[in-house]
Design a protein around this ligand. Structure first.
Ligand code: SF4
Length: 383
């Protein structure tokens, strides 16, 4: 999951990409002056706690995109930024992603103990055209940052960034078109060109959205807002870098457990290790509410309930059209089901080789229950 943290609101336009800025567009509908930069009520969002003294923002909300209704490095926010860095440092368990068009201000804005960068901060440099790429990226590669990404959004032309990708310092590139009434066009060929550069340099690539006016094979398509992301996904051109480096802090909890606390006799080590290498499954963990539930019940009770839920949801043969990943919430076992490939009969087949065309045996029900219990135990231990 991902979330957004806007500690301040308002911005000043700095380049062509800002022409139809959505902050201005939305503010104007409410008669608000986007040029005034103000602190928001969410200023201390990452360190806010609930009545149990727990952080409201949990690991499952990570990564957190910072300042989407402003620019993190805008000079009007200089007086507030030190507090933000403190919060980011305090929440070292969360990944923060900072998108900016003001990378030239970077060295004036970092905290005293930044060093080579905080491990939990990714800085994303936006370059909407070649001019901005050639202006911003040399600075971006020079300044100390642990994790770097590039965004072409709104992408306004074909952009060559090969020489910057060649540095080996860029982890990911994303492209997207422009939304809104006066959206400028985005061409599929530009996006594919960037994708090919990424493949050549083994850098991950994501086509985020088509934008409202999209050209493919010489034909222009007007794409409604709610279809722009799904249409980009349908293109199927995303690329994951081979041997993408896994940063120590980003390794899944289960993978860390497996490596640091290896128990050769545990029958679930092998399958949990496989699951820990799946980006989808390793990203899942219990919410604070689930954890409270787990702690306030005996292991025997949880195991009994787990067995009952497994039997109720998975025991019988389920027709393919009704066999969906569980979307249920309210008990930690539902989360465990999603994390372990036990959420539907199709996943049971794919991950555990249990056929879909017959009822489960008592032995299989026991295996699933024990696996879910093992996963919950590890998640509780390593969150
Ligand atoms: S920098 Fe970003 S938020 Fe600021 S005006 Fe430009 S597009 Fe809008």
């Amino acid at each position: 999951m991902q979330s957004v943290w806007n500690p301040w609101h308002g911005c000043k336009k700095v380049s062509a990409g800002c022409q139809n800025c959505y902050v201005y567009r939305i503010d104007s509908a409410f008669g608000r002056d986007s040029g005034i930069v103000e602190k928001t009520k969410a200023f201390d969002y990452p360190v806010k706690k609930n009545k149990y003294g727990e952080y409201k923002l949990t690991c499952s909300d990570s990564p957190v995109y910072v300042c989407l209704s402003s620019d993190f490095f805008i000079d009007e926010a200089d007086k507030w930024r030190d507090d933000i860095w403190e919060m980011i440092k305090t929440r070292s368990d969360i990944d923060f992603k900072i998108i900016t068009k003001r990378i030239e201000r970077f060295m004036d804005c970092i905290p005293y103990d930044w060093g080579e960068g905080y491990e939990n901060v990714t800085v994303i440099c936006t370059c909407e055209n070649q001019e901005m790429a050639d202006k911003r990226l040399p600075i971006f590669l020079e300044v100390p940052i642990k994790h770097r990404e590039i965004i072409h959004e709104p992408m306004l032309e074909s952009i060559c960034i090969s020489q910057y990708l060649n540095s080996g310092k860029i982890e990911r590139v994303s492209c997207g078109g422009e939304s809104g009434e006066n959206a400028r066009i985005c061409e599929y060929d530009w996006v594919v060109n960037t994708r090919n550069q990424c493949v050549l340099h083994n850098v991950s690539f994501v086509f985020r959205q088509t934008g409202a006016n999209f050209i493919k094979d010489g034909k222009i398509y007007n794409i409604p807002r709610d279809k722009q992301i799904s249409q980009a996904e349908k293109a199927g051109i995303n690329f994951k870098a081979l041997n993408e480096p896994v940063h120590e802090r980003k390794k899944s909890k289960i993978q860390q457990y497996y490596e640091s606390d290896y128990d050769a006799d545990n029958p679930f080590n092998s399958i949990l290790l496989q699951l820990s290498k799946s980006p989808f499954h390793s990203d899942i963990s219990l919410s604070q509410k689930d954890r409270r539930y787990y702690l306030s019940h005996s292991i025997e009770d949880i195991k009994k309930e787990t067995g009952e839920i497994v039997k109720e949801n998975l025991y019988r043969v389920i027709p393919a059209e009704k066999d969906r990943h569980t979307r249920k919430w309210g008990h930690p076992v539902y989360v465990a089901q999603r994390a372990t490939g036990c959420c539907c009969r199709r996943c049971l087949y794919e991950w555990h080789n249990i056929p879909t065309n017959r009822r489960l045996t008592e032995r299989e029900l026991q295996y699933i229950t024990d696996l879910l219990m093992e996963w919950m135990k590890r998640d509780m231990k390593y969150l």
